[in-house]
Design a protein. Structure first.
Length: 314
């Protein structure tokens, strides 16, 4: 059975090959990263560009954000692989070492004249609007806008990867967690926000940028639904074909004339697909029917997911 291929991100994502040829050098440095970090970096670059498009930012800034996003974790090439690849939670000491990837990334970019324009991506993408980020603990007014965009894209892709999403079902739970980062740390306990300082009334990430991400996630969910509808057509066509085979088999079993039995058997052979035969086609038919039910349910779940996302308040 052909399995549907669902790219978690919309096919309209900006890809490396869409960028100017002169930028290929900047992106080639990603080859130094481990495969998982490289994929994450590409996702963050693409998503940063799409957020810019959603915010209707100009093309020059959008391209800049894409490259900064691609390069945001380049400093991890200087972090011990044992820390980068550790499956569990990092120790406090390991976390402090990991945090240095922002400084290392900045140094890598500044040491290469072609990468220098994008150094703010690696350096500032872990800064938080309320000053709780690193490496410098900057607040909103001092954090470059491109870094605020990358921070949102980075957090989203990291959560998606950590939770092993292969579908947008339950993606609203990830977005709910991100909403928490737009609120002050003591948001639930505070009664009079107007009495707080400007910085303490901020969260870690920008609500405006997160709203743009929400719209993109809805678009990506609709894209997944469209792919599933295409796959349903494939399943139904094969179910129809296999049911025809089954009808031929029933007719073959019902006749005593060898000529007719041979006729129906030959018809069945002509309808068999690769790997199918007289012994297994019943099982294959049931697999297609089960897959159809599963995908129809997923489409319903995805439509419900869109409704949930639209109800979320940032």
């Amino acid at each position: 059975m052909l399995l549907e291929k669902i790219d978690f991100y919309d096919s309209t994502s900006i890809k490396t090959y869409n960028l100017d040829k002169n930028m290929r050098y900047e992106l080639s440095v990603l080859d130094k990263l481990d495969p998982m970090t490289k994929q994450h970096s590409e996702n963050v670059g693409d998503l940063s560009g799409r957020i810019c498009q959603q915010l209707r930012l100009n093309k020059k800034f959008t391209v800049h954000a894409i490259i900064c996003g691609y390069l945001h974790d380049i400093g991890k090439t200087m972090i011990p692989y044992s820390i980068i690849s550790k499956p569990g939670k990092l120790t406090d000491e390991e976390y402090e070492i990991m945090k240095n990837h922002t400084i290392y990334g900045y140094q890598i970019c500044m040491d290469d004249i072609k990468l220098r324009p994008y150094a703010e991506g690696p350096l500032y993408h872990h800064e938080a609007l309320n000053g709780s980020g690193y490496p410098k603990g900057l607040t909103k007014k001092d954090i470059p806008f491109v870094a605020r965009i990358i921070r949102v894209a980075d957090e989203y892709d990291a959560l998606v990867t950590k939770r092993h999403y292969t579908t947008h079902v339950h993606i609203s739970e990830t977005l709910k967690d991100m909403i928490k980062d737009t609120k002050p740390a003591n948001y639930k306990q505070t009664m009079a926000l107007s009495q707080l300082s400007e910085n303490s009334r901020m969260g870690k990430i920008s609500p405006t940028i997160l709203k743009a991400l929400f719209k993109l996630v809805i678009d990506d969910t609709k894209y997944e639904i469209s792919l599933l509808y295409d796959y349903l057509d494939y399943l139904r066509e094969n179910i129809k074909r296999l049911e025809l085979i089954d009808s031929y088999n029933a007719k073959m079993q019902a006749t005593d004339k060898q000529s007719k039995r041979d006729y129906y058997a030959e018809g069945m052979k002509l309808l068999f697909s690769v790997g199918e035969d007289f012994l297994n086609y019943h099982n294959v038919l049931q697999e297609y029917k089960d897959a159809l039910v599963t995908r129809e349910k997923r489409i319903t779940d995805l439509y419900n997911e869109i409704k949930l996302i639209k109800k979320l308040k940032v």
